[in-house]
Design a protein around this ligand. Structure first.
Ligand code: FAD
Length: 458
């Protein structure tokens, strides 16, 4: 290690304590490889500050030394945004884990950015409330992470994405200044929505240290149906029918025959229904017996568009496991790290997109297996490509994302741009739009010290 690097590490240690500056190669290994196994980098040090003041001092020191910083929460991101590919300092929020307050009257939760989603949910549930966001990575993903990626997940259809749950934020700018916008107000129109701006900024504008989240009242009962559908159009009609019947949708998830077969093989599960179907729709609606009767009635009205269905009272883990095991099965069953492309299209375009994509892939990459699943109500499809040869990753990504653009979609529905999609960020954004984004970044982080290789670099 060069002398100047050692003195920089010593300076970081003087702020957070030597035990919280990690440099040993084996110890930092888990911080420099991402969940998918696709991105592995290296770092001068992983720093684990204990509070906002320490985060501020660490960022000021990095700024003075001209060392870039990658903020990291639970490291469950799927676009390589939390990995230091160029030797950046990793600023881990692993110690920002205080749950400061759950206010059952105002229905808010104030907590450190390093609190996991599962812990925040648990804290809210102790008061008969819940977090509006839920996702399969809940045990590791952090509040700072879901805010910074504006995570979606399975409850967006009812509650909106993470940005809609965010009331207040404390965050540290790249030079160490602390930005606090902390109001427990539903209505507050004094100027720009800065918490909303930081939501989805992927660690490029500031390091989030504390968040004030809105909480929801969870349904006391739910009904879950796993439905075999003739087509995506039939699944969409069913979702529409449930809403028109006055039912409140808690989730509406789409799977394919190939995806369910992959999960069954991976988890050794029996078939979810006694009939086979090209598509599967998993819906959860709030309510008890009455809701279940209404659900059955909509299913009957659907006629032959529905090939079969299983209905259980929530939480119905048995039915949910077919959907929730997809990410894990895709990673385990692919011979190379899967290419994971999280996209969205207008609802009317989902079926044409999936059909065209199948044809594109068959023509250009016949050996690749595509497993598509996602949040149907939000037009969000997770395109997972298995067995992609390492040298073909870029070409296949380009093929899929250009196909998305032709169907008026977004190349990132909920995982963000990160490093994985930085080259394609212009698809679906105008030049002026990109210029405005660059200006905002330059205003908050003029020297591009925060996550410099994520989102469009300046
Ligand atoms: C099994 C599985 C299921 C998933 N399901 C979903 C899903 O349904 N919906 C969905 O949206 N995502 C999903 N994800 C992706 C991932 O869990 C989310 O992106 C999550 O929000 C990342 O949180 P994290 O704490 O792990 O952040 P990290 O992975 O550590 O970081 C993600 C990004 O946020 C930045 N960041 C993290 N913390 C901070 C902070 N405090 N301040 C500033 N920047 C920060 C990082 O620099 C990086 O750019 C899934 C992932 C897995 C592995």
């Amino acid at each position: 290690m060069a002398v100047h690097t050692q003195s920089f590490v010593d300076e970081l240690a003087s702020i957070v304590g030597a035990a919280q500056v990690l440099t040993d190669r084996d110890v930092v290994a888990g911080y420099v490889t991402d969940w998918t196994g696709h991105w592995t980098g290296h770092t001068v040090a992983v720093v684990r500050p204990a509070d906002t003041a320490e985060v501020s001092a660490v960022l000021a020191a990095c700024h003075r030394a001209g060392v870039a910083v990658v903020p990291q929460g639970g490291n469950t991101g799927l676009v390589g945004g939390s990995i230091p590919m160029h030797g950046e300092v990793v600023l881990s929020t692993a110690r920002l884990t205080g749950i400061e307050q759950v206010d059952p009257v105002g229905r808010t939760l104030a907590a450190g950015a390093g609190v996991t989603v599962a812990r925040a949910q648990q804290a809210a549930r102790e008061h008969g409330l819940d977090l509006g966001v839920d996702l399969a990575s809940r045990d590791s993903a952090t509040l700072g992470g879901i805010v910074s990626t504006n995570a979606g997940g399975i409850r967006v259809i009812k509650n909106g994405n993470t940005r809609s749950q965010l009331l207040g934020i404390e965050a540290v700018l790249s030079d160490g200044r602390v930005l606090t916008r902390w109001k427990e107000l539903t209505k507050d129109n004094v100027g720009y929505d800065l918490p909303g701006l930081l939501a989805g900024s992927e660690g490029t504008l500031a390091v989030v240290t504390r968040v004030l989240m809105r909480l929801i009242v969870p349904p006391s009962e739910t009904q879950v149906a796993l439905v075999g559908a003739e087509s995506v159009r039939a699944a969409l009609r069913l979702v529409d029918g449930l809403q028109r019947a006055g039912l409140t949708l808690e989730a509406a998830e789409l799977m394919t025959r190939a995806g369910v077969a992959l999960v069954r093989g991976h988890r050794d599960l029996r078939a979810p229904l006694d009939v086979d179907a090209p598509f599967y729709l998993l819906v959860e609606v709030s309510g008890g017996d009455e809701a279940q009767a209404a659900l059955f009635s909509v299913l009957e009205d659907a006629g032959t568009a529905v090939r079969g269905a299983a209905v259980e009272a929530g939480p119905a883990h048995r039915l949910w496991q077919y959907r929730e095991s997809h990410t894990e099965a895709v990673s385990a069953e692919s011979s190379t790290p899967p290419v994971k492309l999280d996209i969205s299209t207008p609802l009317r375009e989902i079926e044409p997109f999936l059909t065209a994509l199948r044809d594109d892939l068959a023509a250009a990459f016949p050996a690749v297996r595509a497993i598509c699943f996602g949040h149907l109500g939000d037009g969000n499809v997770h395109v997972n490509l298995l067995d992609v040869a390492v040298g073909q990753r870029e070409a296949i990504t380009d093929l899929v994302l250009r196909r998305v653009a032709r169907h008026e979609g977004s190349i990132s529905a909920e995982h963000g741009v990160g490093r994985a999609k930085a080259a394609w960020v212009g698809l679906g954004r105008t030049e002026v739009d990109l210029e405005v984004m660059r200006s905002i970044r330059a205003a908050l982080d003029p020297a591009t010290m925060l996550n410099p290789h994520v989102l469009p670099a300046r």
